[in-house]
Design a protein. Structure first.
Length: 167
């Protein structure tokens, strides 16, 4: 698993400024669900190396203080940002699907595309819209099953090429 896959396993306390090095957050043994690694609460049982990699991924590249800065992307292309923002808002308004259902879908997709900012934002959004951890976990499993199935179906491409080469 890549370090970014692992970053989603640890939840950083919201609003906390983080300082210090990942080395100070090294797990000394297996970490149980609800356990901590440094300043992080572990959401699923992980081994010490996985926990350490998750902390390094979060501390090293993705910073929760960047998420509220998302709107800055529009500063140099305001017309495009306004169009994107309007479309984005429309997509997440209740329609045939409720806002809660759309947030669960977004959370699952966030995991599939491995976007820690999206995982953070849609975890919070799902909770605010009344989803519970069991529902959110099930949505993540759906995304994982689709991603796994997509990987496996590409095995047919491998078989087709192997068959051509073997002829």
């Amino acid at each position: 698993m890549a370090a970014l896959d692992l970053a989603a396993r640890c939840h950083r306390p919201t609003g906390s400024p983080f300082s210090g090095s990942a080395e100070s957050d090294v797990a000394r043994g297996p970490v149980r669900k609800g356990g901590t690694v440094g300043r992080y609460t572990v959401l699923s049982a992980v081994g010490p190396l996985i926990a350490q990699e998750a902390v390094r991924a979060v501390d090293g590249y993705y910073h929760d203080h960047d998420l509220p800065r998302f709107g800055e992307i529009g500063s140099d292309a305001p017309e495009l940002w306004e169009k994107f923002s309007a479309w984005y808002a429309a997509v997440f308004r209740a329609g045939a699907l409720s806002e809660r259902e759309k947030s669960l879908i977004a959370l699952a997709v966030a995991h599939a595309v491995q976007c820690p900012y999206c995982i953070d934002a849609f975890t919070q959004d799902c909770l605010e819209k009344g989803s519970n951890l069991e529902q959110m976990t099930e949505a993540v499993h759906v995304a994982s099953a689709i991603r796994g199935g997509a990987t496996l179906i590409h095995g047919i491409q491998m078989r087709n090429i192997a068959e051509k080469v073997s002829m």
